[in-house]
Design a protein around this ligand. Structure first.
Ligand code: VGL
Ligand code: ZN
Length: 218
């Protein structure tokens, strides 16, 4: 594989304290994505690629929080804008420590920080569209203006924000690659990680290790 760095974006999804061990919505081994993402961002940046990071950025009392409905995390409800919204523990509230990027994530090569989930009445898993699947976050326009053709995705969580971002990226016509060793899954409900990976492969989203991706720059 050969990648033209100048037309490539590395999209690092939600590498935030609340998704890492000890956080409010901790994902098993979530912090394991930091090291491979740092290697990728440094190498791609130095070859002229763009590096973006997304940040889950919820209001207090956000509609995706179980506590906002007197329900339990894991319950699923229909909201006025979204059918089948999974309810989560309160996480990634704007301005809190839990919403900050993991302290080990190298933000120096990052030129785009895309916040999402900041509308109180709607969640946003994808970095491209909110969960009504219509409201744009604006990221697509950014990529079009920059002439990006390939999007490499890593981060948290494989079965939610990575999944929806990769599916939207592919639908929008970008060559889409998931960095297979730089993702970790929530794994709820049971089988969600396996289903997400199968659906991404079905859609012809590519999976490559970070070592393979580094090799593609040579
Ligand atoms: C995410 C659940 C709720 C994610 C964000 O980053 O995958 N998952 N909010
Ligand atoms: Zn969230």
């Amino acid at each position: 594989m050969n990648l033209d760095a100048a037309k490539t974006l590395l999209l690092m999804i939600d590498v935030q304290n609340d998704f890492c061990p000890g956080g409010a919505l901790a994902v098993n081994d979530g912090d394991a994505v930091v090291q491979p993402l740092n290697m990728l961002s440094r190498a791609f940046y130095e070859k002229g690629a763009r590096i973006a990071a997304t940040q889950d950025w919820h209001t207090e009392g956000h509609i995706s929080f179980a506590s906002s409905h007197n329900k339990n995390p894991g319950d699923i409800i229909d909201t006025p804008l979204v059918k089948g919204q999974v309810l989560w523990p309160c996480h990634c509230v704007q301005g809190t420590k839990g919403a900050e990027f993991h302290s080990g994530l190298d933000l120096r090569p990052v030129s785009i920080i895309n916040r999402k989930g900041y509308h109180k009445d709607i969640d946003s898993y994808s970095s491209f569209f909110e969960n009504d699947r219509k409201t744009s976050t604006g990221l697509e326009g950014w990529l079009r203006c920059l002439g990006i053709e390939t999007v490499i995705i890593g981060g948290i969580a494989t079965d939610y924000c990575v999944f929806y971002s990769a599916m939207d990226s592919k639908s929008l016509g970008f060559k889409t690659i998931v960095a297979s060793d730089a993702i970790r899954a929530v794994g709820f409900p049971a089988g969600s990680a396996e289903n997400a990976v199968a659906a991404m492969k079905e859609k012809e989203i590519e999976f490559h290790t970070s070592a393979e991706l580094l090799d593609s720059l040579k």
